[in-house]
Design a protein around this ligand. Sequence first.
Ligand code: FAD
Length: 367
Amino acid sequence: MVSGERSALVIGAGIGGLAAAVGLRRVGWSVSVLERAPIIAEVGAGLTLWPNAVKALAALGLDVAERSVPTTSRGNILTPRGRWVRRKHPDDVGVLAIHRADLHDVLRTALPESALHTDAEVTAVSTDGTLTCSGEELRADLVIAADGVNSVARRTLWSRDAVFQHRTVWRGVTPPGSVWPVQESLTMGRGVQFGVLPLPEERVYWFLTANEPKPNTLYADDRAEALRRVGGWHHPIPELIAATPEDQVLHNDMLDIDPLPAFVKDHVVLLGDAAHAMTPDLGQGACQALEDAVVLAATADNLDRYDQERRARVLPMMAAARAGVVRNSDTSRAKHLGLLAAARLLPPTAWRKATAQWADWEAPEPA
Ligand SMILES: Cc1cc2nc3c(=O)[nH]c(=O)nc-3n(C[C@H](O)[C@H](O)[C@H](O)COP(=O)(O)OP(=O)(O)OC[C@H]3O[C@@H](n4cnc5c(N)ncnc54)[C@H](O)[C@@H]3O)c2cc1C
């Protein structure tokens, strides 16, 4: 560290932690990222980046245009039998579909290797800026807890655990060219949804969301379970699942957290899912982690501003995501028909407002 440089320890090398490190380095901080995993990598699934996330990446000096596909989210809506409910419209907000590993790689390669530490598990954090990492005590001007939905910093300093939302999700990415071409789509069953997003290199990201009464329910074969649930749905849903290697189908419970009264405690800042984990119903979790990183870099000398700006932005979104869980998990015929009717009948501007209201955002001026 150069004398006089301010120092930050970032817990977690997910999308949020890496973005925070990139942002702080751009404004002159010395940053070390501590990742408990033996390698710095992301899981094999996709993401949608809304325009706010693309602006956040630009503010970090990054561009993912070459590694993503322009598409729409919730533009094309179908029923499980393949009946069209809604077709995408030029007024729909465009998003970028990207493989998580590609976004992660763009962020990781913007950092020097010397800033990244693996096998570095943080077990304790204090508000004075000290932490315990793999048995060693470390100190910095700022600790950024970007350690995800089960954040050790949040659980210990804020006493707040993750909340199971009685929903579960299977995800996969097909091998290049195996099921191609496909159109982006969201297929809406009763309490069950299936999303399709084309990725670069003729790969396809798919997800299946469903109700789950008990947390941590395991299935012997996740691909078989996904096929059991939606194998009779329209083309290309069964083909996408069947083409995904069995050991690459991911299965997770949907967790979020209750809104926090603060994202900052003295020298500790929460960022990304550690601060505001949401269910994926809005597709904004990673987008918000990127926004956090940009705002943190602009406000690192005035953390009250970070706290106020970020909570004002994400707390309504967390409430909207929970309303989305209620809506998407409802299995009643009447509610389901109501959702399909809204998708069919809402004029494009109203649909845009309903599906993309969080996409508007401007990056703050650099400090
Ligand atoms: C099914 C699904 C679909 C989604 N789709 C979208 C989407 O389309 N668009 C979108 O914007 N968002 C989406 N999200 C949300 C998005 O994935 C998350 O919001 C985002 O990945 C959070 O990033 P993060 O860096 O905050 O946390 P994580 O990605 O959880 O990263 C945390 C990191 O911290 C490390 N870590 C944890 N504890 C410790 C410790 N004690 N010591 C050291 N390291 C530690 C972990 O190993 C990990 O690398 C989706 C989420 C799900 C589940």
